[in-house]
Ligand binder design. Structure first.
Ligand code: 1SD
Ligand code: ZN
Length: 270
């Protein structure tokens, strides 16, 4: 199939605005983080520390939507609150990953122009103000995404559990229930210093509904683990890849940075 959007030359990020007008907005993500121009906002951000809780049983199913891998979670008992989110309580909806064709690219956000090998996103929605994920996704304060940069290095134990499941969801629309405990909190770095700004979903329809919280510290994953990600297919089982581009594997599933414009990037912690 012909796709509404993807990361190819024909339907890639520069064309998304044609079908998804929100992608042309002034609050888009990702952005480049210019560390020299970040505002240290100790008072406002650290008065309420960022806090989260994810039960080890939260990870319910692993899915291949044709453009990444995604773990759907049971939001019950999960929360993310504090920091830029103030007193609102957000629930975990899913987490997924973006990566490159090589270890030198793949993240969506960049830091002083430097890309990482990948970027993990934990997607949450505001249960204090909204009734459903869909409703929250349309609101300016509806979603909060925790971002974690991945750097090629030593193998990551918790991500290895995911890497071992990926061969079972190798094709688009494959879906596998998770019967072991995969703990999303073990995917976060040890130190919780972060950058935060107001942005959007990085995939169509690019709703401007996300409070982004990006950890300053990266986590390490092995080159082999990244290669397992790079083996996922963009097409359903049994369907021949109609394009010759990259033999139909999911790689370079990242949107390049957009202008920060008038927005303020704040930091908390080191
Ligand atoms: O790319 C994801 C997309 O897959 C979907 O999960 C969406 C939430 O509905 O979030 C975007 S992202 O902005 O977290 N990359
Ligand atoms: Zn994402």
């Amino acid at each position: 199939g012909i796709k509404e959007w993807d990361y190819s030359n024909q339907n890639g990020p520069s064309t998304w605005v044609d079908k998804f007008p929100m992608a042309a907005g002034s609050r888009q993500s990702p952005v480049n983080i210019e560390t020299g121009r970040v505002e240290t906002d100790h008072e406002a951000l650290s008065s309420k520390p960022l806090r989260w809780k994810y039960p080890a049983t939260a990870s319910r199913a692993i899915v291949n939507p044709g453009y990444c891998w995604r773990v759907d979670t049971d939001g019950d008992g999960t929360y993310l609150t504090g920091g830029p989110l103030m007193d609102d309580v957000y629930k975990l909806e899913q987490y997924h990953c973006h990566w490159g064709c090589s270890d030198s690219r793949g993240s969506e956000h960049t830091v002083d122009g430097q890309a990482f090998a990948g970027e993990l996103h934990l997607v949450h929605w505001n249960t204090t103000k909204y009734k459903t994920f869909a409703e929250a996704a349309k609101a300016p304060d509806g979603l909060a995404v925790l971002g974690v940069f991945l750097k090629a290095g030593k193998a990551h134990e918790e991500l290895e559990k995911i890497a071992r499941l990926l061969p079972y969801v190798s094709h688009k629309d494959d879906n596998l229930p998770i019967n072991e405990s995969i703990d999303p909190s073990k995917l976060l770095p040890d130190d919780n210093g972060y950058w935060t700004y107001l942005g959007s979903l990085t995939t169509p329809p690019c709703n401007e509904s996300v409070t982004w919280i990006l950890f300053k510290r990266y986590i390490e994953v092995s080159h082999h683990q990244l290669n397992v990600f790079r083996n996922l297919r963009k097409f359903p089982r049994g369907e021949e890849c109609p394009c010759h581009e990259n033999h139909g594997v999911v790689i370079n599933n990242f949107r390049p940075p957009l202008p920060l414009g008038n927005r303020v990037l704040r930091e908390c912690g080191s």
